[in-house]
Design a protein around this ligand. Structure first.
Ligand SMILES: O=C(O)C1=C[C@@H](OP(=O)(O)O)[C@@H](O)[C@H](O)C1
Ligand SMILES: C=C(OP(=O)(O)O)C(=O)O
Length: 430
């Protein structure tokens, strides 16, 4: 098997336009919702990363017609009912795909077994299966392989203590076919793409404080979806441009939903020169063109309540923190331990390998910034985690010595064009 080890090397200013791919969360939802809704759903700007391609295959296995018409242009036509798939549904590396599909499947009188890769097979599924059982589904297994036997479900009032959008979405999708009230409470709001998109697909969704409730009208009607560009992917060129002296990069058409932009808020507090231009509405979401210029950063304390709005961005924030002056304190990070890898320890280990001072707590990370380029020179284990790999390749662009990442292949799960995009800006990744 060819090695997918890569190194990031110190480089000159990053310049140009970074067209990052479509938002991963919205892409999964567009396919699944299209598979549930009566009629034909056209999707523009779909992320064609491995995670989403697994979801496309899954929706097809449940009986919908799913066609790729061109670059990012897909068409989903549902049958009136979901059917039991002939074979296990392989969700690959994707927690979102697995958990959302379990919820969607539970509402039908069918049986489906879900599998995934080694990383996904170690991730907790009980957080979704518990509420689905409460609604009347039968389940086998608490980690993959998991089998869901769906059927006639009843309502639920569920306290989503982890503020997980995947859990909230699984319950709402199951709830579409449940009899009775379906509501999910959150003390800290998680991303609201499901609510926004369900409304666009004709479903009554009410929001009252921290409670989301399905209304009476729960039949989905197909609608077209325009997928904005992914702020979680944009995070890598944004931080790279802030850190590499002399850089200026434009990122057009990025989703700026406030429930996704905790990283941008934090980077601005650190002194990052990040500007939104042409803020506008597109496909029911706010988007903007983002301009980033190299900046001198200072460490900050990131409030724990901000975590849901930047949950996937802590690895790349830790890289910004490593180059900032002073200390950055991140708390409320317990969910990082159950992502594609234990991201808290993977980041800590990588920082250590690159000569960065840090302290890892049970659910916190403190990084003492070098106030300039860290030593680098580390051989970093990515733990087959796309966001760990991309984060440390970005560190290599500024560190005194190159930073190597042992396996970068998983980057294709969320950001298949990462390498050409970064190289096109001037990044030295080889
Ligand atoms: O709903 C979604 O699309 C996602 C929710 C988050 O997970 P949790 O729901 O586990 O917080 C996030 O980490 C993931 O990348 C995508
Ligand atoms: C956590 C992530 O995704 P998922 O949960 O879908 O695997 C991610 O993309 O960082």
């Amino acid at each position: 098997m060819p090695s997918d080890r890569l190194e990031g090397h110190r480089c000159g200013p990053l310049k140009g336009v970074a067209e990052v791919p479509g938002d991963k969360s919205i892409s999964h939802r567009a396919l699944i919702f299209g598979g549930l809704a009566a009629g034909t759903t056209n999707i523009e700007g779909l992320l064609e990363g491995d995670d989403v391609l697994h979801t496309a295959a899954a929706v097809r296995a449940f009986g919908a017609e799913v066609e790729r018409l061109g670059d990012g242009h897909w068409r989903v036509t549902s049958r009136s009912e979901w059917r039991s798939p002939d074979a296990p549904i392989d969700c690959g590396n994707s927690g979102t795909g697995a958990r959302l599909l379990m919820g969607a499947a539970a509402g039908w009188p069918i049986r489906a077994t879900f599998t995934g890769d080694a990383s996904l097979s170690g991730r907790p599924m009980e957080r979704v299966l518990g509420p689905l059982r409460q609604m009347g589904a039968r389940t086998e297994g608490s980690t993959l392989p998991v089998t869901v036997h769906g059927g006639t479900l009843t309502g639920i009032s569920y306290d989503n203590v982890k503020s997980s959008a995947q859990v909230k979405t699984a319950i709402l999708l199951a709830g579409l076919r449940a009899v009775g009230d379906v509501e999910v409470h959150e003390a800290l709001p998680s991303r609201d793409h499901t609510e926004n998109m369900l409304r666009a697909f004709g479903v009554d969704v009410e929001q009252e404080g921290g409670t989301v409730r399905l209304g009476r009208h729960r039949d989905m009607v197909a609608t077209d979806v325009i997928v904005p560009r992914d702020p979680s992917s944009a995070a890598f060129p944004i931080v790279a441009a802030l850190l590499v002296p002399g850089s200026e990069v434009e990122l057009p058409n990025i989703l700026i939903n406030p429930l996704r932009t905790g990283l941008i808020t934090t980077l601005k507090e650190m002194g990052g020169d990040i500007e939104y231009r042409n803020v506008r509405s597109s496909g029911g979401e706010q988007v903007a063109d983002i301009i980033v210029r190299a900046s001198t950063l200072t460490g900050v304390e990131v409030p724990a309540e901000r975590a849901p709005s930047m949950i996937d961005e802590y690895p790349i924030l830790a890289i910004a923190a490593a180059c900032a002056g002073g200390t950055t304190i991140m708390t409320g990070l317990e969910e990082l331990r159950v992502k594609e890898s234990d991201r808290l320890s993977a980041v800590a280990e990588g920082l250590g390998a690159c000569g960065v001072e840090y302290q890892e707590g049970k659910d916190s990370l403190t990084v003492r910034g070098a106030g300039g380029p860290p030593a680098g020179g580390g051989e970093v284990a990515a733990h087959h985690d796309h966001r760990i790999a991309m984060s440390f390749l970005v560190l290599g662009l500024v560190a005194e010595r190159p930073v190597a990442v042992d396996s970068a292949g998983m980057i294709a799960t969320s950001f298949p064009t990462f390498l050409p995009l970064m190289r096109n800006l001037g990044a030295d990744i080889r």
